[in-house]
Design a protein around this ligand. Sequence first.
Ligand code: DX5
Ligand code: ZN
Length: 226
Amino acid sequence: MGWSDWIRDGCEVEPSLYAADFRRLGEQIDALLGAGCRVFHFDCGDGHFVPPVTMGPVVLRSIAPSIHEAGGVIDCHLMVDDPVHHFEEFAASGADSVTFHVEAAPDPARVAEKARAHGLGVGIAFTPGTEPEGGAEAAIRAGADIVLCMSIHPGYSGQSFMPESFGRIETLAALVDAPIQVDGGVGEDNIAALRNAGASLFVAGNAVFSAADPTEAYTRLAAAAA
Ligand code: DX5
Ligand code: ZN
């Protein structure tokens, strides 16, 4: 099983759990599973590659069983300096895929190989400071399953979408065959245009969890993306 099995009807909206209400995390995940959500985005920041320390394997271990039982998967976005160091524990804690940053991986093919050795899917991410051509080249070299074009400077939920991301996604889409993921400021106002630009995996933190009803917000986003 891998990304080609996880993406239904050509696109997925992935709630970014970083933006969840942590007091009610299990409840919010169960509600999203009930609404049909199957791919969850899990952000790990190390306080160095990005300023904040976010969440890691302890949280992952507590949520993975119920997500997997329902047929869901966990897509881990590693905003960390030394991704390889974390693969074993993420795999053991229930990660299904890891996305690491090209800015933190001078040899992306080697890093990807290490991830696959742990049975993990592989994504390659690049920040707004990296040209899409560089992200594409790394993704191709690594044989990445997905490519993540960040549409904010990584670190925090709730930032504004950077409009130049449309052109960056179009450039990327012309260069890679792998599904393109977009992360940062994705919402109902831009999701359809992002699909037109070439993205098919839509990470949504604030747009899901700041809504009065996150499941309703998820459903509306999924409909807008379809
Ligand atoms: C931040 C994370 C994102 C974040 C997105 O760097 O990578 O996944 O949770 O949040 P929104 O959708 O609110 O921009
Ligand atoms: Zn993310």
